[in-house]
Design a protein around this ligand. Structure first.
Ligand SMILES: O=C(O)CCC(=O)C(=O)O
Ligand SMILES: [Mn+2]
Length: 199
């Protein structure tokens, strides 16, 4: 993680101002991450969804799939869940073991290249509860992930490499926004899985 000063964060839980993170740079081995990437590219029903923003319908700049036990609604989009696959269940179990948190759903994002991105947002839908815990696993190409404090504008940046896990907890979804910016650098595909607990 870097802010104005680069520093190394060890695996485990740590506090940030108005939030709490768990970082595990090598949750999944490279060989396993490659194989999970391949399997998930093929077995999930990836869709480019339309969402309503400022009164206009816009295509999302990435592909998505929603899996698990609950329907999910955000930005006027209701996603019916696909079933768990053995791959998703194996990754979910690994996240639950190291973070000691339980999840019942996952939003999967497929970034096809550097032009696919995720804009600034919070994951603060009411069904996630007051202090949502979101476990984010990255597979394939690495991408920059930036957290920005809504009041102080402090930024924290992670290079999310294949096999890494970043968990956001505490007040992170109340006080920080996050994004995966687009880049002109040539980038291969990346799959990101955000495990969530829908109440
Ligand atoms: O791709 C990422 O690392 C972030 C995904 C994300 O923020 C989300 O699905 O809500
Ligand atoms: Mn998010």
């Amino acid at each position: 993680m870097t802010d104005s000063v680069s520093r190394t964060v060890q695996e485990g839980w740590f506090d940030i101002p108005d939030g709490r993170l768990f970082w595990s740079p090598h949750l999944i081995s490279q060989a396993e991450a490659d194989s999970y990437f391949q399997r998930l590219s093929e077995e999930l029903n990836w869709r480019q969804e339309t969402i309503r923003m400022f009164g206009r319908d816009v295509l999302q700049p990435r592909l998505q799939a929603w899996c698990g036990d609950a329907v999910y609604t955000y930005s006027g989009l209701t996603m019916e869940p696909q079933s768990w696959t053995p791959t998703l269940l194996a990754i979910k179990a690994a996240c639950e073991k190291v973070s000691e948190v339980r999840f019942n759903s996952v939003l999967a994002n497929l970034y096809r290249g550097g032009q696919d991105y995720m804009g600034w947002h919070r994951d603060n839908e009411p069904e996630l509860g007051v202090q949502p815990v979101i476990a984010s696993v990255s597979l394939g190409e690495s991408r920059r992930f930036i957290l920005k404090h809504m009041e102080t504008k402090q930024k924290l940046e992670f290079n999310l490499e294949s096999g890494s896990l970043l968990v956001m907890a505490g007040n992170t979804q109340q006080c920080w926004v996050h994004s995966v910016p687009k880049t002109r650098k040539p980038k291969a595909g990346r799959i990101n899985l955000t495990f969530r607990l829908i109440l």
